[in-house]
Design a protein around this ligand. Structure first.
Ligand code: PLP
Length: 450
């Protein structure tokens, strides 16, 4: 059974012959800007495993970039989706109410840790759409025009979210961009300014928000501060709890909403259903949370949750869309949440995270190219450098390791502003044997490539 298989490459080379033919057709038919460096054409997926069209088996540590926390083709989700498709695919929620949307909103309201006793949720199709909608409701509620985002942030590829995203490679030549977006420094503690004592770091990064108030947008014009609890594309960097406490205080002092972008961190990835539950433990609740990716096991769905008072400040007609809250995606999401709670995938994320982190930490002691290892639960980043003293990023080495690993049956991906971080995002249904096999391939790839 593929679900329990181990990585195995049976073709002489990758891509194998059938995959090579499809990849060549891809090159002819589809813009190269939709990049892909992997020699991989999927035939089927099960759990944490992918079988390609030539019969090769890969263990997948990317999981559709954080979409497959529940794994590929979970049989109970397949059944829920099939049952829904036999009833109807679509109704458009402005025309036909469907119960799945209502039930999923109720479920989200009961569990998403935003501030407030009474909450409401509405749905969109992608992470970027969720973030864009969250900004809209923050502006509607506060009556203010501006938002603050961070260095290293990734919020999507729509016009607004591309502007919110820090890395300008994602926006090259596409301006002019929307106004009213200001950037402060994210606490990337591994790369604190030279000479800074670690005890001064939190104050330094907090001050960088206050500087935005002085130099760019007065606080009373700021609707929201948008934070990823653990930056994803920016390099798998957890937001320190002390810092988020300071950010919450700044928001409270100035009537600004705190928005958590949990598009990548949500749905058990970090060892809790939502990463902002770690914030809750130190007294911090965001006002708005956006989720997407693993919410519906691969069907396009995203959610925006906030207290009723915020949601009801939004004028009719300004939010929504044709496919938002699609019934098939809602059916999948309800089943995802049921399984995650029943099978305690939050605990499993912590277990997987501990096994992987122990191994990564031991590598850091042995291989000088590993500058930093960090993460929460099963969301871990390993940062590669040319020199531990200068911390010069080594994206070329990372690209070589990613390439070598896939040749041996492990799918891993780079991340980070400098492209020098390898991310660990394995599906949370991965078996211990598959995890161990992936770790072995990864370590051999490091040894071969350094
Ligand atoms: N926000 C975060 C934190 C993300 O990681 C991503 C995607 O990687 C997005 C937003 C954008 O999501 P999507 O690609 O579904 O638009």
């Amino acid at each position: 059974m593929l679900k329990n298989a181990l990585p195995e490459i049976i073709t002489k080379q990758l891509p194998g012959p059938k995959a090579a033919a499809i990849i060549a057709r891809r090159g002819e038919a589809i813009p190269g800007a939709i990049k892909c460096v992997y020699p991989l054409v999927i035939e089927k997926g099960a759990g944490a495993m992918v079988e390609d069209v030539d019969g090769n088996h890969f263990v997948d540590w990317v999981g559709g970039v954080g979409v497959l926390n529940i794994g590929y083709s979970h049989p109970e989700i397949v059944a829920a989706v099939k049952a829904q498709t036999e009833q109807y695919f679509h109704g458009m929620f402005n025309i036909v109410t469907h119960e799945g949307y209502v039930a999923l909103a109720e479920t989200m309201n009961a569990m998403v840790p935003v501030r407030g006793a009474k909450k409401k949720t509405f749905f969109a199709n992608s992470g970027a759409e969720a973030d864009e909608n969250a900004v809209k409701i923050a502006k509607a509620y506060t009556g203010r025009p501006n938002i603050i985002v961070f260095s290293g942030a990734f919020h999507g590829r729509t016009m607004l979210t591309m502007t919110m995203t820090s890395k300008k490679a994602y926006a090259h030549g596409l301006g002019p961009f929307p106004d009213g977006i200001y950037r402060a420094q994210f606490p990337y503690l591994y790369r604190n300014p030279a000479g800074m004592k670690s005890e001064d770091a939190i104050a330094y990064y907090t001050d960088s928000i206050l500087k935005v108030f002085e130099e760019a947008s007065p606080a009373e014009h700021v609707a929201a501060i948008v934070v990823e609890p653990l930056q994803g594309e920016g390099g798998f960097i957890p937001a320190p709890l002390e810092w988020i406490q300071a950010v919450r205080k700044i928001c409270d002092d100035h009537g600004i909403l705190l928005m958590a972008d949990e598009v990548q961190t949500g749905f058990c990835r970090t060892g809790k259903m939502f990463a902002s539950q770690y914030w809750q433990e130190v007294g911090v609740e965001p006002d708005i949370i956006t989720t997407a990716k693993s919410i519906a096991a691969g069907l396009p769905l995203s959610a925006i949750t906030a207290r009723t008072e915020i949601m009801e400040a939004v004028k009719g007609g300004t939010i929504g869309g044709t496919y938002c809250g699609n019934p098939v995606a809602c059916a999948a999401a309800l089943k995802v949440i049921e399984i995650m709670q029943r099978d305690r995938l939050d605990e499993r994320a912590r277990e997987i995270g501990t096994i992987a982190m122990d191994r990564f930490n031991s590598w850091q002691e042995r291989y000088a190219v590993i500058g930093d290892v960090r993460g929460l639960g099963a969301m871990i980043g390993i940062e590669f450098v040319k020199d531990r003293t200068t911390k010069a990023p080594d994206p070329e080495l990372v690209a070589a390791i990613v390439n070598e690993a896939v040749q041996k049956g492990l799918i891993i991906e780079s991340a980070g502003v400098y492209g020098n971080v390898i991310r660990f995002l394995a599906p949370l249904v991965i078996t211990d044997e598959q995890l161990a096999a992936g770790l072995d391939i990864f370590e051999k790839a490091i040894i071969k490539c350094v």
